[in-house]
Design a binder for this molecule. Structure first.
Ligand code: ADP
Ligand code: MG
Length: 374
C-alpha cells in the first residue's frame, strides 16, 4: 500500500522542448494518498496515460520525481514498483486458461499453489469469471478478456497501487456500470490506492471519492465530485463537468461590474475590488444551468431573454435561451412551467463565478480545512 507523490514532475516527448506546449505533462506537484479511490479525468490527449505510465515506471519523466511512501522510485523498474496497471485493451495470454492467466502474476512471485488457488477463486468470483476458469482465453469475448485483464491486476494482494487506464472502453455498456460497482467494492474490501483514468465524468464520479481533472498536461482541480460541480476552480472544469456544462460568457471589466454587449452584470464589492487588480482582458463569468434563477414574471434586476427551445429530459428540462446575443442553458424542474418566447433570469451571487485567465477568482474566506501540502 502506498502514498504516491509527484514532485515537480514534467514530461516532454521531445528531446529538446522549448515552449510549454512541448510538454505532455506540465510541471506538477500532486499527492495520491494511501488507500484512496481516485479518478483522473480529462479529454483525450490531455496527458492521462502519460502520467499513469510515469507512475508505473513504463516511462521515465523528463523532470521531477515520483515518490512512493516518500521514497524516490524514478530509477526502479516497473516490475519492482509493486504496481498493477490495467490498460484500455485486454492483455491476456490467449493460449492459457482463464485460471492460469489469473494465476500468472502470483506464480511469478513464487507464491504457494494453495494460496494461488484460493486467491484466483476469490477474484474470479468478484469478476463473475468462475464459470470460465477452465476456458482458454482465446475463446473469450472482448468483455470477458478485459475482465481477465482486470483480474490479473487485482489478484496480487501485495500491490501498492492499481492504475486503471480507461479499462472499460471495450466493455459492453450494460456491463460497464456493474464493473464499476465491482471495482468500488474491491477498493472498499482491499484498501488499495486506486487511480482510475477516464474521459467520462459519470464513470469518474461513481468510482472515485476524489477526482483530479486534467487539461492540457495539468491537473487543474483536485476535489470531490461535489466540489467540482459547485466550485469549479478552472473554466475548463466548469465546462467539462455537468450536463450540460457551465455557461461561460466573455466579459469586460467596468467600474460598476462586468459587461458583455449591452448587458451589465453587477458584482459584490469584494469581487469588484479583487478585479481592480487584474490587468488581463481574459475574463469570463460562469454559471451552471442548475443555478440560473428563472422568474415567473418580469422582475427587478432580472435580465430579459429569448427562449430558443426546450428539451424535456424527464425529471428536468433544459431551456436554451439567448441573452443579449449570448446563448445560455438553463435547467428547471419538470414541474415548472416553461416560459414561452420571453423569460426573465438572474444569477444568484453565490453561484456566479468569475474566471480570470481561466482560473476562478476566489473571494470566499478560506475554510478551516486541511490543505494539501506537497
Ligand atoms: P490521454 O491519455 O489523456 O489521451 P496521452 O498521455 O496519451 O493523453 O497524450 C498526451 C500528449 O502526448 C498528446 O498530445 C499525445 O499526442 C502525446 N503523446 C503521447 N504518447 C506519445 C509518444 N509516445 N510520443 C510522442 N507524443 C506522444
Ligand atoms: Mg490515454
Amino acid at each position: 500500500m502506498a502514498e504516491i507523490r509527484l514532485k515537480s514532475l514534467a514530461h516532454s516527448y521531445k528531446s529538446k522542448p522549448t515552449s510549454p506546449d512541448d510538454y505532455a505533462i506540465r510541471e506538477m506537484n500532486h499527492v495520491w494518498h494511501q488507500g484512496g479511490a481516485y479518478a483522473l479525468l480529462g479529454p483525450s490527449g490531455c496527458g492521462k496515460s502519460t502520467l499513469l505510465n510515469i507512475i508505473s515506471g513504463l516511462l521515465a519523466p523528463s523532470n521531477g520525481d515520483v515518490l512512493f511512501d516518500g521514497k524516490k522510485v524514478n530509477d526502479i523498474p516497473p516490475e519492482e514498483r509493486n504496481i498493477a496497471q490495467v490498460f484500455q485493451f485486454p492483455v491476456v495470454y490467449d493460449s492459457m486458461t482463464v485460471f492460469d492467466n489469473l494465476a500468472f502474476p502470483l506464480r511469478n512471485m513464487k507464491i504457494s499453489e494453495d494460496k494461488v488457488h484460493s486467491r484466483v477463486i476469490e477474484i474470479a468470483a468478484v469478476l463473475e469469471l468462475s464459470d470460465l476458469l477452465k476456458n482458454k482465453a482465446k475463446n473469450l469475448t472482448a468483455d470477458e478478456k478485459q475482465k481477465v485483464s482486470m483480474g490479473r491486476g487485482l489478484v496480487r494482494s501485495d500491490v501498492s497501487a492499481i492504475l486503471f487506464d480507461e479499462p472499460l472502453t471495450v466493455i459492453d455498456p450494460h456491463l460497464k456500470w456493474k464493473l464499476r460497482r465491482k471495482l468500488k467494492q474491491i477498493h472498499e474490501q482491499f484498501n488499495i490506492t486506486m487511480v482510475y483514468v477516464t474521459h467520462d465524468q459519470l464513470e469518474a464520479s461513481t468510482f472515485a471519492d476524489k477526482i483530479a481533472v486534467m487539461y492540457g498536461g495539468q491537473i487543474v482541480q483536485f476535489g470531490t465530485p461535489r466540489e467540482l460541480f459547485e466550485k469549479p476552480n478552472h473554466a475548463f472544469v466548469g465546462y467539462f463537468i455537468g450536463s450540460p456544462g457551465m455557461n461561460l460568457i466573455e466579459v469586460k471589466k467596468t467600474k460598476s461590474g462586468l459587461k458583455f454587449n449591452n448587458t451589465l452584470v453587477s458584482l459584490n464589492p469584494e469581487m469588484q475590488v479583487a478585479l481592480d487588480r487584474v490587468s488581463t482582458s481574459n475574463i469570463k463569468i460562469g454559471i451552471r444551468p442548475e443555478f440560473v434563477h428563472v422568474w415567473d414574471d418580469k422582475a427587478e434586476g432580472a435580465f430579459e431573454c429569448d427562449v430558443l427551445h426546450t428539451e424535456d429530459l424527464g425529471t428536468y428540462k433544459i431551456i436554451t435561451m439567448k441573452l443579449d446575443g449570448e446563448v445560455l442553458k438553463v435547467r428547471i424542474h419538470e414541474d415548472r412551467a416553461v416560459p414561452t418566447k420571453k423569460a426573465y433570469i438572474s444569477f444568484p451571487e453565490q453561484w456566479l463565478k468569475v474566471y480570470v485567465d481561466e482560473y476562478l477568482v476566489d473571494i470566499e474566506e478560506p475554510e478551516d480545512e486541511e490543505k494539501e501540502t506537497v
